[in-house]
Design a protein around this ligand. Structure first.
Ligand code: PMP
Length: 440
């Protein structure tokens, strides 16, 4: 990899551009010229797409790619119910939350109904980053403290404070004196009490280190499926002790549901609920509007009291009537199409299929996940192998099947299709995966 490509798993290496066919090279050159050097494309041979439907993305010649990666188009690409809701509302009214509008209230009511009764308010943003940024501001205001605890390979967003709390951006990202990193939950799963105690122990050590530096903790912020840490879902319930630990130190627990939220785990709407915990703040994004930028932060009302009294909040596009229509349509599709049950059923097929592959191909060191979020460790001589993971990811891409990789060593296959993924889609994916594994 060339220097500027170092910090992302599965990044296209621009130094390899001359190997591409002329039309693709021209597009990639144009992109670099217009968008500048900070963006990264996926894959050794980037994928050019022009339209999508359901679980399929299509290239310029009509070639179909099976989407086993995207969690934004979570109810399926270009779902007609969402398209219709957004198009209709765009032609009726689109304005901001300083006027009284009905849509945002209907949506807030429907969204809060999916959460524990203690979570009584929801505020809207346009991105997951904005939701996390707001949650951090609220947590700091409520606690009067500043410290933030996240996991070692976390990703929480693009703002200045969140980039400093997103170690998955790599070693070139400056560290913040107000952030402490804790080891993620054990990859191997195992006993719930032991996994919970080990994770909470890391949180306790971070709190003690803050104290040694005269800092009090405002919050523990975690992605409740630990995506960028390499997918850590089991044993469900292991988060409870860490929540108690942060509470005992006066800090809040923020559940980042940008990845597991909206039914992905197959065990209900929310990743935190699978752990049987009650967060103080919940942040949401990606799948929330099925591609329309909708995100938000839900809260226990008492946490918002001081912030609402002392400050005010306005997000120009957040909670606009079109965003609310998109969000409401997504909730309707999840319910009407039984997508949570589908995530559980097809997710189990995907996971058991990968476990079966692990028995046949020793390159797979372990398989984890919940619902339609499956991670598989790729190893070589017992050690994590990002190179082999990249060969699998790119081998599948050649077969027009899209996945990616994540984790601290970049060796965890990230298998995370849209929620309407069918048993037939899963069987096709596993067939293609097996074919690629045979070539290693
Ligand atoms: N939190 C998590 C766990 C995420 O995965 C992401 C996006 N990858 C974000 C927050 C930030 O969301 P956005 O890109 O919408 O700002």
């Amino acid at each position: 990899m060339s220097g500027n490509q170092m910090q992302m798993v599965n990044a296209f290496d621009t130094a390899q551009a001359e190997k591409l066919p002329e039309t693709e090279r021209a597009l990639i050159d144009r992109r670099a010229r217009l968008l500048g050097p900070a963006y990264r494309l996926f894959y050794e041979k980037p994928v050019h797409v022009v339209r999508a439907k359901g679980v399929w993305l299509y290239g310029p010649e009509g070639e179909a790619y099976l989407d086993v990666y995207n969690n934004v188009a979570s109810v399926g690409h270009c779902h007609p119910a969402v398209v219709e809701a957004v198009s209709h509302q765009m032609g009726v009214l689109n304005t901001h939350t300083r006027y009284v509008t009905d849509g945002v209230l209907d949506y807030a009511e429907a969204l809060l109904a999916t959460m524990p009764a203690e979570i009584g308010h929801v505020m809207f943003t346009c991105t997951g980053s904005e939701a996390n940024d707001l949650a951090l501001r609220v947590a700091r205001h409520h606690t009067g403290a500043e410290g933030l605890i996240v996991t070692e390979t976390a990703y929480h967003g693009v703002t200045s404070v969140l980039a400093e709390a997103s170690p998955s951006l790599g070693p070139n990202m400056p560290k913040s004196p107000l952030v402490r990193l804790v080891p993620p939950p054990a990859a191997a799963g195992g006993d719930r009490a032991a996994v919970g105690a080990a994770f909470a122990g890391g949180v306790q050590r971070a709190i003690e280190d803050f104290a040694a530096h005269g800092i009090r903790p405002a919050a523990l912020l975690v992605d409740t499926i630990f995506s960028s840490d390499g997918v850590r879902a089991d044993p469900a319930g292991f988060l409870a002790e860490a929540v108690e630990t942060i509470h005992a130190a006066g800090g809040l627990f923020i559940a980042d549901e940008v990845q597991p939220g909206f039914g992905r785990t197959g065990a209900g709407m929310w990743g935190f609920a699978r752990h049987g915990i009650l967060p103080d703040l919940v942040t949401m994004g990606k799948p929330m509007g099925n591609g329309y930028p909708v995100a938000g932060m839900a809260a226990r009302p008492e946490i918002l009291t001081a912030f609402g009294r002392d400050l005010r909040y306005f997000n120009t596009f957040g909670g606009n009537p079109v965003a609310a229509a998109a969000g409401l349509a997504v909730l309707g599709v999840i319910r009407e199409e039984g997508l949570i049950a589908n995530a559980a059923r097809v997710g189990a097929l995907l996971k058991s299929g990968m476990e079966e592959a692990a028995r046949r191909f020793p390159v797979i060191g372990g398989v984890r996940g919940a619902g339609l979020f499956v991670g598989a460790d790729i190893i070589e001589e017992g050690k994590p192998s990002a190179a082999r993971a990249a060969r699998i990811v790119n081998g599948l891409r050649e077969r027009r099947v899209l996945i990616s990789a994540s984790g601290p060593a970049g060796n965890v296959l990230k298998i995370r299709p849209p929620l309407p993924f069918s048993a037939e889609n899963a069987a096709y994916f596993l067939e293609q995966m097996t074919a690629v594994l045979r070539t290693l």
